[in-house]
Design a protein around this ligand. Structure first.
Ligand code: 28G
Length: 662
């Protein structure tokens, strides 16, 4: 922390807007002509921001930070930087600093401009750098700094090269201050400060936790790199220092921090071949779900791919071989892939020359040579590890055997459920209020907690394409449940039957009976409890629905604002303020009534329709894998065996969970 502070906090010279200083390259007047060209490039970004950052939602906003940080990480990978500091300043301005070589400031012969200017004004500038290696970090599909610049109200880049302190500034991608020398310095590094353009984003308010999760991941993936995150917004001050000498071993320990591990420390394996590098860290817990997180060139690959396939194949083969060889597996007993991954937490990180990203969200690694590499690397190293650590090996194989037996039991329970439903002729749960339409792509199902909310939803819905499933019964602790228990549970069985897509291995999106599965719960503690349960259930047992984007969360309004005979609903505080200001602007002595949200159960059918169910006005939040992962984590904390994390969580979130009875 101290070193990077010297880089950023103690300035030899203040930056002001009218420092008399020498310009490098061109004078300010020369810029008008060049601007036209620059504009054409970056104007495309401002015209269609989604094309460059995927989305202009909160997520896109945070991508801006990752993109800048990724450039600093590339400098760290090149071996010239070991500190990166990220700060959220008052007004949601971001400042990122590194202690690398500094972006080159010399004039490029092709353009006649300083390299740093080219990096910040030309689309796709950057690409391969860092000593001939591969550009490894992720971000905006590698498009880089110029996109961030184009989408910033203003941006300032400072470079220190051990001699001079340079600065240049931009507004919405256009140079407003050409490269300028501010003074002398003996330090090195790059500092980028920017304010995302509110015109371009739905919100420009940064979420500390979102940045922290992503930056921590990068700190794990780059062992030894120190990343600090500081929130300097008034009233929100906090700092995290992320620095892990253990790399992905520390990542696995972190992922398992709320769980009970059954082997003392993560098993770590690494190796390289033909310019590609693979490393794996893995540790078993006493839980039932698997958590495999993979990366290619430091880019998260939630859709998996060849590295995950290679890992899974090798794991199944090696554990079966070992089990047979040492007589831990008897006779015909054979472990399935799933058996070997129950309770497993693994992080796989590969680095390769030319990664091919495939799949729906371009987050699946397609290079087949990597499957072979990970498979053979793991085959050898894991076999060797098991032979050298027979006690650990025995623990692992026994865990897999118990998973194998549970799977058998689950199959029987499932067959029983099927036979029962066939016998009783109840393919669909009794409380389901179905819709008329049969084409799943046109239909939606609302899963609603409580009979009164269910009643309003039933009367308020459009019966043509909207189905309602009220939930009742006792909450199942999914944390402790394997498939067999889920099948028998009175709260979850109706969900499984209504959706029709099956669970676990058999979950098949094409059999899903409704295109949208919408969780509708109150905005209070109990509502958040049921949301967490359902998300965890979908995450663990119907993951393909999350990957395929079928799961949604309904957002009931937070306020009803009544003024005279008219009323309007607001879905967040900003919208409430907007509506109020409109009302006051229209009549200065207005006295609107601001009603705090009612529970869903207290809304009448018409209210429920016009606020939460009508596609023309409602707000639906599509559940992303990250949301489900977070819900799963919260669930583990709340339902798991470890007392300490639960106490911490409840203390930290006291205002949300006071009534939660777990
Ligand atoms: C703090 C926020 C984000 C960066 C560097 C360092 C170099 C660099 C960055 O080069 C590619 C190659 C030469 C023009 C490379 C410095 C080689 C020698 C660098 C950052 C294009 C860019 N000396 N540090 N880019 N050059 N940090 N931090 O962005 O020809 S970007």
């Amino acid at each position: 922390m101290d070193e990077i502070n010297r880089n950023t906090d103690i300035e030899e010279e203040e930056i002001s807007n009218d420092i008399p200083s020498s310009s490098v390259g061109q004078s300010a007047e020369d810029y008008s002509a060049d601007n036209i060209q620059v504009l054409e490039g970056l104007e495309a970004v401002r015209k269609r921001p989604g094309m460059y950052i995927g989305t202009t939602s909160e997520r896109g906003l945070h991508h801006l930070v990752y993109e800048i940080v990724d450039n600093a990480i590339d400098e760290a990978l090149a071996g010239f930087c070991d500190h990166i500091e990220v700060e959220i300043l008052e007004g949601d301005i971001i400042r990122v600093s590194d202690n690398g070589r500094g972006i080159p400031v010399g004039i490029q012969p092709q353009t006649g401009k300083p390299a740093v200017e080219v990096v910040y004004t030309v689309l796709h500038a950057g690409g391969k750098f860092g000593g001939g290696g591969y550009k490894v970090s992720g971000g905006l599909h590698g498009v880089g700094a110029s996109v961030v610049n184009a989408l910033s109200e203003w941006l300032r880049v400072e470079v220190r090269d051990g001699k001079e302190h340079y600065m240049m500034e931009f507004k919405r991608g256009n140079v407003t201050r050409p490269l300028t020398v501010l003074g002398a310095t003996d330090r090195r590094g790059t500092t980028v400060t920017f304010k995302p353009d509110p015109i371009m984003f739905d919100t420009t308010v940064f979420n500390y936790e979102t940045l922290e999760i992503r930056l921590r991941e990068q700190a794990f993936l780059n062992a030894g790199l120190r990343i600090t995150l500081t929130d300097s917004r008034p009233g929100m001050e906090q700092t995290s220092v992320m620095h892990y000498e253990g790399g992905i071993r520390s990542f696995v320990e972190h992922l398992n921090r709320n769980k009970t591990a059954i082997i003392d420390e993560p098993i770590y394996m690494s190796g390289s071949r033909a310019g590609s590098v693979a490393e794996v860290a893995m540790q078993y817990t006493d839980g039932y779900n698997e958590q495999i997180i993979s990366f290619a060139n430091n880019i998260n690959t939630p859709e998996g791919g060849m590295h995950e396939t290679g890992f899974k194949t090798a794991l199944t083969r090696v554990l079966n071989d070992y089990g047979k060889r040492f007589n831990l597996l008897k006779g015909e007993e054979k472990l399935s892939g799933e058996d070997t991954r129950e309770g497993l937490c693994a992080v796989i990180s590969v680095k390769l020359e030319d990664p091919q990203f495939e799949g729906q969200t371009k987050t699946k690694l397609g290079n087949s040579e990597i499957r072979v590499l990970v498979d053979s690397l793991l085959g050898e190293k894991l076999e060797q590890f098991l032979e050298e650590n027979p006690t650990v090996a025995k623990t692992i194989i026994e865990k897999c055997i118990s998973a194998n037996r549970a799977r058998e039991a689950a199959r029987k329970a499932r067959d029983l459920t099927r036979r029962k439903s066939a016998l009783e002729g109840m393919r669909l749960p009794g409380k389901l209020v179905d819709c008329n339409e049969r084409d799943a792509s046109l239909t939606e199902i609302f899963i609603v907690e409580g009979d009164s909310a269910g009643g309003s939803a039933k009367d308020g819905r459009d019966p043509k394409y909207q189905a309602i499933l009220p939930l009742w019964g006792k909450m199942l602790n999914v944390e402790k449940a394997r498939l067999d228990r889920v099948y028998g549970n009175d709260k979850l069985t109706p969900v499984i039957l209504a959706l029709g897509c099956g669970i676990g291995d058999e979950c098949d999106v094409s059999a899903l009976r409704y295109g949208k599965v919408i969780i509708m719960a109150d905005a209070d503690v109990d509502g958040s409890h049921i949301r967490t349960l359902l998300l965890t259930f979908f995450f663990r047992f119907m993951r393909p629905l999350i990957d395929n984007g079928n799961i949604y969360i309904a957002q009931p309004p937070l306020y009803k604002i009544t003024h005279g005979k008219k009323y309007r609903y607001a879905y967040d505080d900003a919208e409430r303020d907007q509506i109020l200001s409109e009302i006051y602007a229209a009549s200065p002595n207005a006295r609107p009534d601001i009603g705090r949200n009612k529970g869903l159960g207290e809304m009448n059918p018409v209210e429920l329709w016009e606020t939460t169910m009508d596609p023309a006005v409602r707000v639906l939040k599509k559940v992303r894998l990250e949301d489900a992962t977070r819900a799963d984590e919260i669930f583990t904390i709340l339902m798991g065996e470890k007392v300490e994390p639960r106490r911490e969580f409840i203390e930290k979130n006291a205002k949300y969970v006071v009534n939660l009875d777990v």
